[in-house]
Design a protein around this ligand. Structure first.
Ligand code: GDP
Length: 617
C-alpha cells in the first residue's frame, strides 16, 4: 500500500489514537427533566407532576393555569411540547428540549468537531443529466484520465464509486449516474454528494431529465457545475444550452450568476481536465473538511451478497478514519471488517474521509443509503446492533399500530398514540422513495407514519404477506393489484389504497392522522377482462376481443388498462359487444368485444378493469 497520506496507518502500532464518536455523549443518557440556570431542560414529554417537581411550582397551579386556558389535564397526564412551553413561560422559565442521542441511534448524532481537528477532504461528485447526453462516457473519460502508476497495473472492480487524483488532490466520483440513485439515497436521509456535474448535450439542449436533475440538486442544496458535452458534434449549440438553463434558474457566471460551466467532449476527451479543475475550485470554495482522527461514520453506497465472499458493501467514509480491522454497525448488522479494498482491488489498511471502500466481513447485506459507524470494540458493536434489532422488532410488532386508515382515524379520535405502518408500491423507484419521504413527514406527536418497505412494480402476493406480518397498509401509486392479489388482501385483512395523484394520497393520509377521514366516494371494482385478440378496424379503431375473467364489465363503465400490473391508461369503455350486438353487461366466463374511448394502443394480454364510484360515508 503506497497511498499518500496513509503511510502512518501501515503498522498497527503506529496508528494514531482515534476518538470514539460517543466520547462526551453518554451511552445511557440521563433523561430526567431538570432546571438548569432558569431553563427547564427535558428530553421527552413529561407529566404534570414531573414538570411541577422540576420547576418547583405546585401541580395544582399548573393544572389551574391550563384549565383557565381551556385545557383540562390530570396529574399524571403527559404534556405535549406546546403545553410544556406554555406552562414554563407562565411561570417565568425558559425551556429547551434536548436531543439526546445514544449509540443505538447513531444516525441522529451530530458530531461537532473542534475546528482545529478538521482537515480538507476530497469532494464527492455525482454526474447527472438527460439520457444519452454522455454521463457514462464522461465517467469513463474521467476514469481513464490522469492514470497513476498504481492504477495502471490494477484490475478495476465496480464498487459504485472511485477516486481520481488531479493536481495532487483527490476527487471522489459516485459512478451510478443519474438522479434516481441520488434521490433514493436522499430519501433514506443520506446525503453524500457535495457537487453535481450536470451533463447537457450541446446538440440536444435542456431536456426533461436535465430539468429533473436541476430540481434534485437544488432540493439537496448541492452546487451544480454544468458540463456542456458533445461540442465536437456538428449541430453543437452551447449557447442554446446556456439559455435553456436560464429558464430553469441555473444562471451561469457569464450571465451574472454563480454557476460554473465548461464545454467538453467526453468522447474525444476535450475539456475534461478543465472540468476536473473546476470541480476542485468549487470544492475549495465549499471548504469541505472532516476529522480523520475519530472512528469512521458514513454511508453505504451499494451492497450485495457475493457468492464466494458473503455480504459485500461499498462504504463511503464521510468522517473519521475506517481501519481495516474495525467493528462496524449498519442497520441491525454488525461485523468486523475482514478485508477492505479500493476500486483497483488494492487492499487498504485505512480509509480517510471521502474514500469509498469495498468491505467484506459484515454479517448481512445492508441497504444502500444506510448509515454506518465504526466502534472501538466488538462488544460495543454487537450490543448496539442487538439493541437496534430489538427495537426494530418491537416496532414491527407494535400492537397499537393501526391496520387501516379508518382504524387510524378511530384511534386518533380516541386520543391514542399510534403508529401507522405503510408499504409502498409504485410505478418507479423514484416515486416510491418520494412518497416515502412525504408520508413520513406527515408524522405528528400522536401518529408516527412508518414506511416499512418501498419498491417499484405491481402489488404482489408477497407484499400482502409482508403487510399482514407488519400490520401495514399498502399504498399503490400508479399500480393495480390483480384479482388474485386483491383476494389475498381480503383474506389477510390488508388494506390497499390506490392513487394516481401524489397530493390526493397525502391528503388522505393527513386527514386520517387528524382523525378526520371522510371517504365520500369509493371505488367499487366491477370486474376484469383479459384481452385475447386485437382487431384493427378502420373507422372504429382497435377492437379488443376479450374474456371476462372475474366479475363483469358494464357498457360505458370507467376502466383502467393494466399491463403487467401497471396502469397504462385510464378512461371509459366506448363500446361493449357480445358477438355483433351491443351488450349492457358481460359476466365472468363470457367473451366480448370492447373498445376504449380515445385509446387504441391495446395489446394482447392486457387486463381491462371496470369500476364504478359509489357513495359511502
Ligand atoms: P448517458 O445515457 O448519459 O450515460 O450517455 P452515454 O454516455 O451512454 O452517451 C450516449 C451517446 O452519446 C453514446 O453513443 C456516446 O458515444 C455519445 N457521446 C457521449 N459523449 C459524446 C461526445 O462528447 N461527443 C460525441 N460526438 N458523442 C458523444
Amino acid at each position: 500500500m503506497k497511498k499518500k497520506g496513509n503511510n502512518n496507518f501501515n503498522k498497527r502500532d503506529d496508528r494514531p489514537q482515534r476518538q470514539s464518536n460517543f466520547e462526551g455523549h453518554q451511552k445511557k443518557p440521563d433523561t430526567r427533566a431538570k432546571v438548569n440556570g432558569g431553563v427547564f431542560v427535558y428530553t421527552k414529554p413529561v407529566t404534570v407532576s414531573e414538570l411541577s417537581e422540576a420547576i418547583n411550582i405546585p401541580a395544582s397551579a399548573i393544572i389551574k393555569h391550563l384549565f383557565m386556558n381551556g385545557k383540562a389535564v390530570t396529574l399524571n397526564q403527559t404534556l405535549d411540547d406546546d403545553t410544556i412551553g406554555e406552562v414554563c413561560l407562565q411561570f417565568d422559565y425558559d425551556f429547551k428540549k434536548e436531543k439526546l442521542v445514544d449509540a443505538t441511534h447513531f444516525e441522529e448524532l451530530e458530531i461537532e468537531d473542534d475546528p482545529a481537528s478538521l482537515v480538507e477532504r476530497p469532494p464527492v461528485v455525482t454526474i447527472m443529466g438527460h439520457v444519452d447526453h454522455g454521463k457514462t462516457t464522461l465517467i469513463d473519460a474521467i476514469r481513464n484520465s490522469h492514470i497513476t502508476a498504481t492504477e495502471a497495473g490494477g484490475i478495476s472492480q465496480a464498487i459504485g464509486a472511485y477516486q481520481k487524483e488531479v493536481n495532487g488532490k483527490k476527487i471522489t466520483f459516485i459512478d451510478t449516474p443519474g438522479h434516481a440513485a441520488f434521490t433514493a439515497m436522499r430519501a433514506r436521509g443520506a446525503s453524500v454528494t457535495d457537487i453535481v456535474v450536470l451533463v447537457v448535450a450541446a446538440d440536444d439542449g435542456v431536456m426533461p431529465q436535465t430539468i429533473e436533475a436541476i430540481g434534485h440538486a437544488k432540493a439537496a442544496g448541492v452546487p451544480i457545475i454544468v458540463a456542456i458535452n458533445k461540442i465536437d458534434k456538428d449541430g453543437a449549440n452551447p449557447k442554446r444550452v446556456k439559455e435553456g438553463l436560464l429558464a430553469h434558474d441555473v444562471i451561469l457566471e457569464e450571465y451574472g450568476g454563480d454557476v460554473m460551466s465548461c464545454e467538453i467532449s467526453a468522447k474525444k476527451g476535450i475539456g475534461v481536465d478543465a472540468l476536473l479543475e473546476m470541480i476542485l475550485l468549487v470544492a475549495e470554495m465549499r471548504e469541505l473538511k472532516a476529522n480523520p482522527n475519530r472512528y469512521a461514520s458514513g454511508t453505504v453506497l451499494e451492497a450485495n451478497l457475493d457468492k464466494g465472499e458473503g455480504p459485500k458493501a461499498t462504504l463511503l467514509v464521510q468522517n473519521g478514519t475506517l481501519q481495516a480491522t474495525d467493528y462496524v454497525v449498519v442497520g441491525e448488522i454488525y461485523g468486523k471488517i475482514r478485508r477492505m479494498s479500493n476500486e483497483h482491488r488494492q487492499i487498504l489498511k485505512a480509509a480517510t474521509p471521502a474514500t469509498p471502500v469495498s468491505v467484506i466481513g459484515l454479517s448481512g447485506v445492508p441497504q444502500a443509503g444506510d448509515r454506518f459507524m465504526a466502534f472501538p470494540s466488538e462488544k460495543e458493536a454487537k450490543s448496539i446492533a442487538e439493541a437496534r434489532a430489538l427495537e426494530k422488532k418491537a416496532a414491527s410488532q407494535n400492537a397499537s399500530a393501526a391496520r387501516s386508515l379508518s382504524d387510524l382515524n378511530n384511534l386518533v379520535n380516541e386520543g391514542s398514540v399510534t403508529d401507522i405502518n405503510v408499504l409502498i408500491k409504485a410505478d418507479t423507484n423514484g416515486s416510491a422513495e418520494a412518497l416515502k419521504a412525504s408520508l413520513e413527514k406527515l408524522s405528528t406527536d400522536k401518529v408516527r407514519v412508518k414506511v416499512i418497505y418501498t419498491a417499484a412494480g405491481a402489488i404482489s402476493d408477497s407484499d400482502i404477506l409482508l403487510a399482514s406480518a407488519s400490520n401495514a397498509i399498502i399504498y399503490g401509486f400508479n399500480v393495480r393489484p390483480d384479482a388474485r392479489v386483491r383476494q389475498k388482501a381480503d383474506e389477510e385483512h390488508v388494506e390497499i389504497r390506490l392513487h394516481r395523484i401524489i397530493y390526493e394520497l397525502l391528503d388522505e393520509m393527513s386527514a386520517a392522522i387528524k382523525g378526520a377521514v371522510k371517504i365520500e366516494k369509493v371505488e367499487q371494482i366491477l370486474g376484469q377482462a383479459e384481452i385475447r385478440h386485437i382487431y384493427k378496424i378502420s373507422k372504429v379503431g382497435t377492437v379488443a376481443g376479450s374474456y371476462v375473467i372475474s366479475g363483469l364489465l358494464k357498457a360505458g363503465c370507467s376502466i383502467r388498462l393494466l399491463r403487467d400490473g401497471l396502469i397504462v391508461y385510464e378512461g371509459k369503455l366506448a363500446s361493449l359487444k357480445r358477438f355483433k350486438d351491443d351488450a349492457k353487461e358481460v359476466k365472468e366466463g363470457y367473451e366480448c368485444g370492447l373498445t376504449i374511448e380515445g385509446y387504441n394502443d391495446i395489446k394482447e394480454g392486457d387486463i381491462v378493469e371496470g369500476y364504478e364510484l359509489v357513495e359511502k360515508e
